[in-house]
Design a protein around this ligand. Structure first.
Ligand code: URA
Length: 436
């Protein structure tokens, strides 16, 4: 077999066999397939897509090239969640502690920023000392001791995704349904989850722009997961505007801390309670969705989710004094408001524009492996979200920037992210649909 023939076959719309997909993935992980061929292959998949059978072969090849974790010596039933990515999506920081505080262990492999979408690990690394690179042994020990661990991809687990994820980010090949499905599901299968809750975002700030595309992605992953013996469910969440109010690494940690103290923005809190409730349902804590959500919400009100978050941060080397006093987290030197150009109701906040602006401010990466600025980002005003009513000149959001040049560029770009209406506008639903 030759890699160039596999690329050409996909480029021309052919269906790859299991053997061809395994050959490509194993060769890429071994270093025999160079990045330029892998990039060409990703682009061919982007344009030609894959059949469900090809996607299943790809998920398996990516999950089983490398080690797989067996966590059953830690707990008989491991529940995991994964978001398909979005802007202001700090859900894991709140949902993980909620679920773990109810004695359902969460051992999660997370990613870094990808295109306009932020990454959970980058957010957590704004906490001084926080260590995302754990060995399998450390991962298991922490899961046993604390019930919550969030770590990066190791070279041992799903290494194909580790390499492909970074390559896709810089080659314009992120928003391809089979590549997203295989990236998410290979990680989840390799990391030993028995049950997986998928948090699939739809809208202009997500890789799947329409509800129909999101449902297609979710249904494909649910089907494949079930075929591989996993319990699955998926929420289709809104990402037409940023989730919550903060976008940017340390700013999102601050918002997560606020939410864990039950003072977070309403949409983000509702989203977290819905995702956590789904995880409690799938873990079998209750069979009643309303009761599951109520139990999740109670952990925010009574402080046990917050206590679990602190324990988790400390276990991964993070200095908890920074989450106890989040004002000490990295803070940008320049903070300036974006004034509303007119009075009216906010009709649109383009989440993708906000996401790319934060990348340009230094909060994301243009090149694989680049360092990021944890302090920069944007914080939307409470009424600067869809449905909010603003007077001309009132702040829509605040930009947190490192330099005057990036600040000015961000303010100019964000001015185009907003649309207004003279008539009242309804806020979009937080969750569009649940697939159980
Ligand atoms: N999350 C992932 O893990 N992979 C993707 O490709 C997109 C979102």
């Amino acid at each position: 077999m030759r890699i160039v023939d596999i690329i050409t076959k996909k480029r021309d719309g052919g269906e790859l066999s299991r053997e061809e997909i395994e050959f490509f993935i194993q060769g890429y992980v071994a270093g025999d397939v160079p990045d330029y061929q892998a990039a060409a292959w990703c682009m061919a998949v982007y344009f030609q897509s894959m059949t469900p059978a090809e996607t299943t072969h790809l998920i398996k090849a990516m999950a089983f090239t490398g080690e797989t974790l067996d966590l059953h010596d830690v707990h008989p039933f491991i529940v995991d969640k994964h978001s398909s990515g979005g802007v202001g999506d700090k859900t894991t920081l709140v949902v993980g502690p909620i679920v773990a505080s109810l004695n359902v262990p969460v051992g999660k492999m997370s990613g870094r920023a990808l295109s306009f979408s932020g990454g959970t690990l980058d957010k957590l690394e704004s906490i001084p000392g926080f260590q995302a690179d754990l060995t399998i042994d450390q991962f298991k020990r922490q899961l046993r001791a604390v019930g919550l661990v969030v770590a990066g991809q190791t070279h041992e687990l799903a290494p194909a995704d580790g390499k492909l994820y970074a390559l896709r980010d810089v080659t314009g090949t992120v928003p391809a349904l089979p590549l997203i499905a295989s990236s998410i599901m290979s990680k989840k299968i390799a990391s030993g989850a028995d049950a997986i809750v998928l948090d699939v975002k739809v809208g202009h700030g997500a890789f799947m722009q329409t509800e129909a595309e999101g449902v297609k992605l979710a249904e494909l992953m649910v089907q494949i997961g079930r075929r591989l013996g996993r319990k699955m469910s998926a929420l289709i969440g809104d990402m037409s505007q940023p989730l919550g109010r903060a976008v940017g690494n340390a700013l999102e940690v601050i918002e997560a801390v606020e939410t864990l103290h039950d003072r977070g923005p309403a949409d983000f809190r509702e989203h977290c309670v819905d995702v956590a409730g789904e995880m409690l349902l799938i873990a079998g804590l209750t069979t009643d969705p309303a009761a599951a959500r109520a139990r999740a919400a109670a952990t925010l009100a009574d402080g046990i989710a917050w206590a679990k978050f602190r324990e988790f941060v400390a276990a991964q080397g993070g200095d908890v004094t920074f989450v106890d006093e989040p004002a000490r987290l990295p803070r940008a030197p320049l903070i300036e408001p974006l004034p509303a150009p007119q009075s009216g109701y906010v009709r649109q906040v383009d989440a993708r524009e906000v996401g790319f602006t934060v990348v340009d401010l230094g909060g994301g990466r243009a090149q694989t492996g680049e360092p990021i600025d944890h302090a920069v980002g944007a914080v939307l005003a409470e009424n600067g979200k869809v449905g909010g009513m603003v007077e001309a000149g009132e702040p829509l959001l605040w930009v947190h920037a490192r330099t005057q040049k990036t600040l000015d560029a961000a303010l100019a770009r964000l001015a185009n992210a907003y649309r207004f209406s003279d008539e009242p506008v309804a806020a979009p639903p937080v969750i569009h649909r649940i697939i159980r």
